[in-house]
Ligand binder design. Structure first.
Ligand SMILES: Nc1ncnc2c1ncn2[C@@H]1O[C@H](COP(=O)(O)OP(=O)(O)O)[C@@H](O)[C@H]1O
Ligand SMILES: [Mg+2]
Length: 363
């Protein structure tokens, strides 16, 4: 099987590609800056260094919010052709904290109280009624850089004026007191595979490792695990990181990340996270190929008027084809049985009868 990792070539991406090489026959590392999407002509599609992108069984696209439109476009075009762990909407939604909160709200996933307003006056009205401190953040900031803490209405109001002059959208959020600690969990294929607590540096409220925070392995309680897994699911990501604040109201989700750094969490948990991601990509790709094969077989059967259901035995009436004295079975049989090249099978034969079964299957 052949896979591509589209990324900016960070250390985490290199680790992931390296781990993928243990499972896939070929892994190409593609620089996202060399990718182009062309629409509107017969020759539409995804291009790499000016040429049509090769066919892959699996494509894992990573990149910061600057690349979310491109990653979304690549996914939209190739999603049915190969396994891609992130759904197209996910790139737009996860790279914007406001859109993320809107999706989480729809699924009743708990989060800090969050406000959005259209004008400075409306924002000031919100700032008058909230308790302090308060958080103000850019929907698209990362690594803690777009997060501001204001201790009073006066402070918040001056931050607001600065934000207004930058003409940047922002959200106002209830400050959750956690003593500068947040939880970063990695979800892979519907499971929390690793989690760490990050503690902000003294005097700092943002616990991002990039802001000097330090990580320590943590076991999540059942409720936190449940909403973390649910978050990844509703955001359409088979692989992602989820940031959580533990409050007296229970766990609250603050954001998800489709391209999380692996160094911090690998060190904190002493686990090979890249390997777990690579293995999941491999298993999901295998599943994708098998589903595609059986869908194709079912389509052919339906076209020739044979109804299909998953475990039903299908009957095909055909003339036998002998090459020399060897029996050649029709392609449709290969598609239905999903027998692969060199697969070990048991043949049971007597006059007028032939039965073929994969070897090693009990029953
Ligand atoms: N509502 C909040 N209450 C308390 N701390 C917060 C809140 N939102 C963010 N933080 C702190 O700021 C850090 C960065 O915020 P986050 O929303 O995850 O943005 P980023 O994309 O920059 O990581 C968090 O890890 C957390 O320590
Ligand atoms: Mg974060």
């Amino acid at each position: 099987m052949k896979a591509a990792l589209i990324s900016l070539g960070s250390t985490s991406s290199k680790w992931t590609a390296e781990a993928m090489r243990k499972y896939f026959d070929q892994v190409d590392e593609l620089d996202i800056r060399e990718i182009e999407v062309s629409l509107g002509s017969k020759n539409y599609g995804v291009f790499y260094k000016g040429e049509h992108l090769e066919e892959y069984d699996c494509i894992f696209g990573k990149g910061s919010f600057r690349y979310s439109a491109l990653l979304r476009s690549i996914t939209s075009i190739l999603y049915d052709k190969c396994y891609m762990p992130i759904e197209q909407d996910s790139f737009s939604v996860v790279h914007d904290k406001l859109l993320t909160h809107l999706v989480l709200q729809k699924h009743d996933i708990p989060m800090p109280t969050t406000y959005l307003s259209a004008t400075v006056n409306a924002a000031k009205a919100i700032l008058k009624k909230v308790n302090y401190p308060i958080i103000m953040k850019f929907p698209q900031g990362t690594q803690g850089k777009g997060v501001m803490v204001a201790d009073s209405y006066a402070g918040a109001s001056s931050v607001l004026d600065a934000l207004q002059s930058l003409k940047q959208p922002f959200i106002i959020q209830e400050y959750i007191e956690t003593d500068g600690v947040d939880i970063r969990a990695i979800v892979v294929k519907g499971k929390v595979i690793a989690a760490m607590e990050r503690k902000a540096e003294t005097g700092e409220k943002r616990s991002n490792i990039h802001q000097g925070g330090s990580g320590e392995k943590v076991e999540l309680d059942t409720q936190t695990k449940k909403i973390t897994i649910e978050t990844a699911k509703v955001l359409g990501a088979d692989i992602c990181a989820v940031d959580i604040l533990s409050s007296h109201k229970g766990p609250l989700i603050i954001e998800a990340n489709l391209s999380p750094g692996l160094q911090g969490i690998t060190k904190a948990t002493n686990m090979d996270i890249a390997d777990k991601i690579a293995k999941a990509l491999y298993l999901k790709t295998k599943e994708f190929i098998e589903n595609k094969k059986s869908t194709k077989a079912n389509q052919i059967l339906e076209e020739v008027g044979i109804k299909t259901s998953k475990d039903e035995v299908k009957q095909v009436i055909t003339n036998l084809d002998l090459r020399g004295n060897r029996l050649l079975l029709p392609e449709i049989i290969t598609n239905i049985t999903q027998f692969g090249e060199k697969e070990e099978v048991v043949l049971k034969a007597k006059k007028d009868h032939l039965y073929i079964k994969t070897f090693n299957i009990e029953k």
